[in-house]
Design a protein around this ligand. Structure first.
Ligand code: B16
Ligand code: MG
Length: 220
């Protein structure tokens, strides 16, 4: 394994749990559309782009819609979602994240966000951690959704690092696939049931340091 210099972090599910707010917003919209959408269905939307999420909801409801209508509904959902995000508190950052990022930065690692979200900057600002990241790669600058590797390849490029010098932290199986397609090792935040392909698995970023993770990756 090459010496690791860059750390690429997914946002939702790794840094903060915004999935619950995505759910509340999609639920409100699907109720208005008369589609029976539940919390279990919401699992299918994790790591997936906004438009693709809505298409999955339409599939669940057995509905079809013009592109224009889909765009309108996605905007509506985002307005509802942002009402929750504007109320996000700094203490909603997931346990151990600030300590982990601060320690990694102090040790000289380069940090980038690699998220599908188009709202990542406002979320990181609300959590008061935007400045910890050297680069932000998100849905506003990449066009291909995970499992396409674009988001992580762009992250390595902006950090000016070769792709095999970077590792990815991800909670969605599409994100682990994206990391592997990019030629990067993937640290899964989750369980073996939902992320069987991760190179190593953690419950979260608490009680562990980046050096300990890299040591573990060297053993696999
Ligand atoms: P937005 P991630 C993803 O974030 C979420 O997991 C996914 O549920 C959401 O649809 C997507 O961002 C787009 O978010 O509507 O804010 O642009 O896990 O890639 O950080
Ligand atoms: Mg995620």
């Amino acid at each position: 394994m090459k010496e690791i210099k860059g750390l690429l972090f997914d946002l939702d599910g790794v840094i903060v749990d915004t999935a619950k707010y995505h759910y509340l917003a999609w639920k409100q919209l699907s109720d208005q559309l008369g589609i029976d959408f539940n919390i279990k269905d919401n699992e299918r939307l994790k790591g997936v782009s906004r438009m693709r999420s809505f298409e999955i909801i339409l599939e669940i409801g057995g509905c079809t819609m013009s592109e224009e209508e889909k765009e309108k509904n996605c905007s509506k959902k985002n307005e509802i979602y942002l009402e929750y995000i504007y109320q996000l508190k700094a203490n909603e950052v997931l346990p151990g994240v600030i300590e982990f990022l601060t320690d990694a930065k102090a040790k000289g690692y380069k940090l980038a966000l690699g998220s599908a979200s188009k709202n990542s900057r406002v979320i990181l600002e609300k959590l008061d951690i935007l400045d910890l990241f050297d680069e932000i790669v998100d849905g506003t600058i990449v066009s291909k959704a995970k499992p396409d590797p674009e988001v992580f390849l762009k992250g390595a490029e902006l950090l000016k690092l070769a792709k095999n010098r970077c590792i990815v932290f991800e909670d969605a199986s599409s994100g682990i696939e994206a990391a592997h397609s990019a030629g990067m090792l993937a640290v899964g935040i989750g369980t073996v049931e939902n992320l069987p392909e991760a190179d190593i698995l953690l419950a979260g970023l608490n009680n562990i340091t980046v050096d300990e993770i890299i040591n573990k990756l060297q053993e696999v």
